[in-house]
Design a protein around this ligand. Sequence first.
Ligand SMILES: C=CC1=C(C)c2cc3[nH]c(cc4nc(cc5[nH]c(cc1n2)c(C)c5CCC(=O)O)C(CCC(=O)O)=C4C)c(C)c3C=C
Ligand SMILES: [Fe+2]
Length: 404
Amino acid sequence: MTELSRRRLLTGAGLAVGGGAVVAAGAGLLRQTEQAPRSVLAAGSDQSIAFHGSHQAGIATPVQDRLHFASFDLSTDSREDVVAMLKAWTAAAVQMTEAKEVGGGATGAELAPPDDTGEAIGLPASRLTLTVGFGPSFFDKLKLPKPEGLKELPHFPADKLDPARSGGDVCVQACADDPQVAVHAIRNMVRMGFGAASIRWSQLGFGKTSSTTPNAQTPRNLMGFKDGTNNIAATDEQKLDTHVWVGDEGPEWMRGGSYLVARRIRMHIETWDRTSLKEQEDIFGRTKREGAPYGGTREHDPVALDKLPIDSHVRLAHPDSLGGATILRRGYSFTDGSDGLGRLDAGLFFLAYQRDLEKGFIPIQRALAAKDTLNEYIQHVGSGVFACPGGVSPGSFWGAALLA
Ligand SMILES: C=CC1=C(C)c2cc3[nH]c(cc4nc(cc5[nH]c(cc1n2)c(C)c5CCC(=O)O)C(CCC(=O)O)=C4C)c(C)c3C=C
Ligand SMILES: [Fe+2]
């Protein structure tokens, strides 16, 4: 059975409640789907993606259009407190991914703060996925054995990393078709984490810049180029097993999990917009409109490395240039206002999953940092690395096998 079929896709119709009323269902409350502002929702928004499975959702499951990524610092060194938080987070994640309100709901006992903050009432599941990872400092703080595969990334030339947008003990990646659903999920986790963890940095993203769904139209990044053409497809189980999922080489709790690299990459888009089309295309080694590799005519034509400029992004990052190094990309665009100097603070929030950092992000970024002609137009300003455990089974919680 494929991972996708294991991850039961529930339709909104199956979750909707008759009469438009909010009624109790199991441990949670179903959010009304009837009142959802459908015009602003992307196709597939009324679907939910199952939380439980052998891998965490949000890695190889279809990419949603919106992101809220949050990195937390622990405010305790007590394993007990962290276990309690992860249990509460897991229970809430199960409810939120099924379009249910957290705990006793947004309108529970009158004299206590509600269990759910309420801004997702009336919104469908929006294919919400929540994915958790543990940074190197998580293991140091809790005196737990760090998996061999998890290491701090080396410094790369031209990195200008802001500590306030880097690192963190625990990360949560929330992806959904509706930004309000993703933000609601993170906000409720922040609220539940009070006393055990506090938010260190976070990033909103839009317009997925890569797809894991073959045959879907490849999305474009803020430079106007199709991004994700040569990504690993969610249906390619062989590639996922080889390059994304940790196997027997990792500790038991990491099997079926993956290592995540997050990089906030600022784009100097004003300079880019004054660059000729020819130079833009030479930088990637692909055409802008079609996305075809140089030497080909269609987007999915095979990449013939010798036809691409020697320092072009695609030639340098291609697995054949790097002894097979391969990653699963899952990034999003961002624009966070302007920088006071007449420029947009815009770019790519790059997310990459891999089985082994040394056969994934590290060698690729080493090659790109040294030679990529794209470097004139970008700067890495934030960074994080996290070990994302394998999937959660019903009744268990995030990190159970590590912390129990
Ligand atoms: C270290 C890994 C990578 C970083 C960082 C990165 C940044 C980055 N990429 C683009 C735009 C494109 N990238 C494309 C391909 C591509 N990029 C990487 C890796 C990193 N990119 C890989 C492994 C590949 C695939 C190479 C291949 O197998 O052919 C493309 C081409 C289309 C595609 O295949 O996705 C574009 C466009 C930007 C703008 C950027 C930083 C801001
Ligand atoms: Fe790239």
